[in-house]
Design a binder for this molecule. Structure first.
Ligand SMILES: Cc1ncc(COP(=O)(O)O)c(C=O)c1O
Length: 428
């Protein structure tokens, strides 16, 4: 493949002219040029294994052929790409496929809102609708939550650097402790108590919750905890919004991360990231039918009708009707958990309790006791041509291979990961 710039000049053009706000590229300062499956190549031909996975937007890997073929065919047949919220065949096919593949087998009756091309927009729409439906303003959010960088979704987000950048007060939210956030304390008992009448907290419109906190550090909510949140929400007349932007679309094993906790019964679910199949921007808000109290045009956005995303999303759903994909991705998930636990045990044998396994399903990683160790492993991995990010304030190494990665390919990657973690443990 030919390209216009040498690696150095492409990098210097971007460094000179792209805003200082850029971030991931500072940790992985090469210029990517080609991608396939779990592999990325930079302009010099150096090959990387991608465990960053577009922050969870590439659950089927880069340029998956079954999805790419449908996108290319759609373009060549002259299908409309941008269509605001006009009806299109591409959208209708997606809605029908989603109904058949995800909603119907679970007995769910949600309507689908397409709020625009980013996860944060699904959260914005959910918060707005919850406030409208209940007539209340307060949202219960959780410690270490991440819901997006636009102002509405930032209010329930914990990340200090993002909050400080908002430039305005971020209100309308009460933060409560997530599962496990207070050592040896049942946080649902705290939440129940704090929301009692007369304690000074305005009755919430909704609880906004991630079942596994992604950016917050792969913190896992247990089934019992989520069930207790449902009971509290019912008691105080609040809705439950699940932010499944990162944990959804199969990352935890099931298509919806809520499948393992049926008692949660979300009123709304935010999806994005891997929904479109190969990284096309797309978000969707699932709304229980009786709560769909929007007036026509009451919420808007130009890019609600990205038909390439609808085509990709329809093709992606085929994976979830394919028993081979489901069986293979389960094997991969098991292999990830086995490797993580094994590597953690080895690090602990070397240096004491410096690391622990984090996450659920293929939403897994390694939690270190300090940011320096996590950073050292991340840097060493990059030296070994593996790209992985940290989360949870920099202490948790996030390992997000595509769900389509083969177990042997993962095991080869895990061997390098083991070397890097052992090096770091020896240096503690
Ligand atoms: C749980 C969660 N919600 C919302 C968002 C925001 O999505 P986006 O970055 O597409 O706006 C993210 C992004 O990482 C996320 O992890």
């Amino acid at each position: 493949m030919t390209h216009q710039y040498s690696a150095n000049s492409a990098k210097s053009i971007l460094e000179q002219h792209e805003s200082n706000v850029r971030s991931y590229c500072r940790d992985f300062p090469v210029v990517f040029h080609r991608a396939q499956g779990h592999r990325l190549w930079d302009e010099t031909g150096r090959e990387f294994t991608d465990l960053l996975c577009g922050g969870g937007a590439l659950n089927y890997g880069h340029n998956p052929p079954p999805i790419m073929q449908d996108l290319i065919a759609y373009l060549f047949q002259g299908g409309p790409v941008q269509s605001l919220d006009l009806y299109t065949t591409a959208k209708a096919r997606f809605v029908e496929a989603f109904r058949q593949t995800v909603l119907q087998p679970r007995g769910l009756d949600y309507v689908m809102q397409f709020p625009g091309p980013a996860g944060t927009l699904a959260v914005e729409a959910a918060l707005k609708l919850a406030r409208k439906v209940t007539g209340r303003h307060n949202i219960v959010a959780f410690t270490q939550a991440f819901h997006g960088a636009s102002l509405g979704a930032l209010a329930p987000t914990s990340v200090p650097v993002l909050r400080q950048a908002s430039g305005v007060p971020l209100g309308g939210v009460t933060v409560m402790p997530f599962d496990g956030a207070l050592d040896d304390v049942d946080t649902t008992a705290v939440i129940k108590k704090m929301l009692a009448p007369g304690f000074g907290i305005d009755p919430p419109a909704a609880f906004l919750v991630e079942t596994v906190q992604g950016a917050g550090g792969l913190n896992v909510a247990s089934r019992a905890w989520l069930g207790a949140i449902r009971e509290i929400a019912d008691a105080v007349g609040a809705l439950i919004i699940v932010d499944d932007v990162q944990a959804g679309c199969g990352r935890t094993g099931d298509f919806l991360s809520t499948d393992f906790a049926p008692e949660l019964r979300p009123d709304m679910i935010c999806l994005s990231k891997s929904l479109s199949g190969m990284g096309e921007p797309m978000a969707m808000l699932l709304i229980k039918r009786r709560l769909d109290q929007w007036e026509p045009g009451e919420h808007s956005g130009t890019f609600r009708g990205n038909n390439l995303a609808f085509v990709g999303a329809t093709a992606a759903l085929r994976y979830w009707n394919d028993p081979i994909f489901i069986a293979e991705s389960r094997k991969l998930t098991q292999a990830i958990r086995t490797a993580v636990e094994d590597i953690v045990n080895q690090a602990v044998r070397i240096a004491g309790p410096v690391a622990s396994a984090a996450g659920r399903g293929a939403m897994s990683g390694i939690r270190f006791t300090n940011t320096e160790t996590a950073l050292a492993v991340k840097r060493n991995l990059f030296e070994h041509n593996i790209i992985a990010e940290t989360c949870g304030g920099g202490r948790v190494l996030k390992l997000f291979p595509p769900l389509t990665m083969t177990v042997p390919a993962w095991e080869q990657t895990a061997n390098t990961l083991r070397t890097c973690v052992v090096d770091a443990a020896n240096a503690v």
